[in-house]
Design a protein around this ligand. Structure first.
Ligand code: FAD
Length: 274
């Protein structure tokens, strides 16, 4: 059976990037995703660009889910953005805390994502389907796994409908996380975030920053390929396809692809999963 999928983009900075994203999207649309989501820079740095891509997606007839991060923002600015999305007929959002850009000291009027979820519900009732972030390997700033689980439960109780995880390469971390959440009486879908691997060096840098673990056996194997990008690509495709298969076989409700605005790897993984 074809898995239910969603696909994430970031808003390009240039007209060329926007044009390229249109063709990437046309390719990925063949997968008939449930929605395309578009990231949002903390403090509102991509507000206009995110909205531009979201409007294009909606105009093409797809469900668009703008991400919205609250750190560094005022209630008034979030209220305005929600009103803009509502007026544009957008019905889904990914509600996040975000990370303060370096040099920005002001946390604004929200501290954590649960406060944003609560605010969206208070302002717009049931208009939006609200997605939140989940961390099977725990958020890097969490005081403890127990505190992070409690923070996740708070976001759900504040009104989240569904969750998308940080990417990971260890399926057991996901299954363990889901069990822990279910034990708290929470039954919302928890969709694994899937990061296809195009470049190992970039992935390694990124993973260090966001707290995603690359297992030793994978790291060693990738390192052994040096600059051989064909081998990196082939091994990455095998690993991520097998991970996706295991997740779906173990009951994951779908897959959310971090496309990095590229289509080829996501298309190939989904072709292998079909
Ligand atoms: P929260 O759920 O608020 O948690 C943040 C940290 O605070 C955790 O360590 C948690 O344990 C802790 N915490 C929560 N509540 C409390 C409390 N009351 N007291 C003490 N500690 C607490 N970032 C962007 O900037 N833009 C994006 O578009 C974006 N999209 C993302 C999409 C997905 C699916 C994921 C998984 C992440 C995304 N991120 C994005 C990254 C995200 O913003 C960062 O991981 C950020 O550091 C945490 O956001 P959060 O919503 O998970 O925060």
């Amino acid at each position: 059976m074809k898995p239910e999928i969603s696909i994430e983009f970031f808003p390009p900075q240039t007209p060329e990037g926007l044009e390229k994203l249109r063709s990437t999207r046309a390719e990925l649309a063949k997968l008939q995703p449930e929605f395309f989501s578009v990231t949002y820079g903390a403090g509102g740095s991509t507000r206009e660009r995110t909205f531009t891509v979201v409007k294009e997606i909606a105009a093409e007839g797809f469900d668009a889910a703008p991400h919205l991060s609250c750190i560094g923002s005022t209630r008034e600015s979030i209220r305005e953005i929600l009103a803009e999305y509502k007026a544009a007929g957008i019905r889904r959002t990914v509600a996040l805390r975000g990370d303060l850009p370096s040099g920005m000291a002001e946390t604004g009027e929200f501290r954590y994502a649960n406060e944003l979820v609560e605010f969206i519900r208070a302002e717009t009732g049931d208009w939006f389907t609200i997605e939140v972030a989940a961390y099977p390997e725990w958020h890097p700033q969490a005081r403890s796994p127990r505190d992070d689980l409690a923070a996740f439960v708070r976001k759900v109780r504040a009104g989240a409908d569904s969750a998308i995880t940080q990417y990971f390469y260890n399926a057991d971390a996901y299954f363990h996380f889901v069990d822990e959440v279910r034990a708290q009486g929470i039954d919302i879908p928890i969709v694994p975030g899937i990061m296809p691997i195009a470049s190992f060096s970039k992935l390694a840098r990124f993973s260090d920053a966001c707290g995603a673990d690359i297992p030793r056996w994978m790291r060693k194997k990738f390192e052994s390929f040096g600059d051989d990008s064909d081998s990196i690509r082939a091994f990455g495709l095998d690993v991520v396809t097998e991970l996706s298969q295991r997740l779906l076989a173990g009951g994951a409700p779908g897959l959310h692809f971090y496309s990095m605005n590229q289509s080829a790897l996501t298309l190939e993984i989904c072709r292998r999963l079909a």
